[in-house]
Design a protein around this ligand. Structure first.
Ligand SMILES: Nc1ncnc2c1ncn2[C@@H]1O[C@H](COP(=O)(O)OP(=O)(O)O)[C@@H](O)[C@H]1O
Ligand SMILES: [Mg+2]
Length: 205
């Protein structure tokens, strides 16, 4: 079973993905928890390049190809072998991030993005994707509370984030069976329960 979490930074993906991994483990399941980009030696090195604030001149096509290269490596070295062993794979971001950020956010041609995603994933998509939807104003206040500086990807401005959010909403409409929008404005525990009930029906079907 392959599950991904999507949404803007600060929407609660890592929190909920980790809680889901813990819950599954407490039910005796093997779980592999992965963050994107990363998860292999090559992919982690690509991650450093992508998030480095020195690289503001990175071209859009370089950016999408680097994300996709990191993902292709992760799929081949880690995700496919784990799925073959019936492991639960939980990804903190996957190829929908590319569509939302590079396609809708940066404005790359959506057909090009689709083709690159198809090549990088080899057609491997999660059974369920949880999109945690949180208004941009709330994301900004969470970020201010955390006191963390912005990385290169997060320095794109408010309109950039709003386009990404609209991109995610578009994907939810396009693939309603796979991508589930969850209102991320509730408590961590309320979200954990809702996500569990959404996924429980997938586990048993
Ligand atoms: N449901 C929630 N309500 C309020 N704050 C939350 C919630 N979930 C997570 N947070 C806080 O928001 C910040 C971002 O959460 P995180 O899980 O790291 O998001 P992401 O991985 O999507 O960037 C963290 O400081 C976290 O404690
Ligand atoms: Mg995170």
């Amino acid at each position: 079973m392959f599950i991904s979490f999507e949404g803007l930074d600060g929407s609660g993906k890592t929190t909920q993905a980790q809680l889901l991994a813990e819950t599954l483990r407490s039910h005796g399941r093997d779980v592999l928890f992965l963050r994107e980009p990363g998860g292999t030696e090559i992919s982690e090195r690509i991650r450093e390049i992508l998030l480095d604030k020195k690289h503001l001149h990175m071209t859009q096509i370089s950016e999408i190809l680097l994300f996709s290269a990191a993902r292709a490596q992760l799929i081949s070295e880690v995700i496919r072998p784990a799925l073959e062993k019936n492991c639960f794979v939980i990804c903190d971001r996957y190829a929908d991030s590319t569509t939302a950020y590079q396609g809708f956010g940066r404005g790359l041609n959506l057909e090009t993005v689709r083709a690159i995603n198809a090549a990088a994933t080899g057609g491997l998509w999660p059974e369920k994707t949880i999109f945690l939807d949180v208004p941009i104003s709330e994301l900004i206040s969470r970020r201010e509370k955390s006191g963390l500086p912005l990385d290169r990807m997060e320095s794109g401005g408010l309109e950039f984030f709003e386009r990404i959010r609209q991109g995610y909403l578009h994907l939810c409409k396009e693939e309603p069976r796979r991508i589930v929008r969850i209102d991320g404005m509730r408590s961590v525990d309320a979200l954990r329960q809702e996500i569990w009930s959404v996924l429980a029906s997938t586990f048993t079907s």
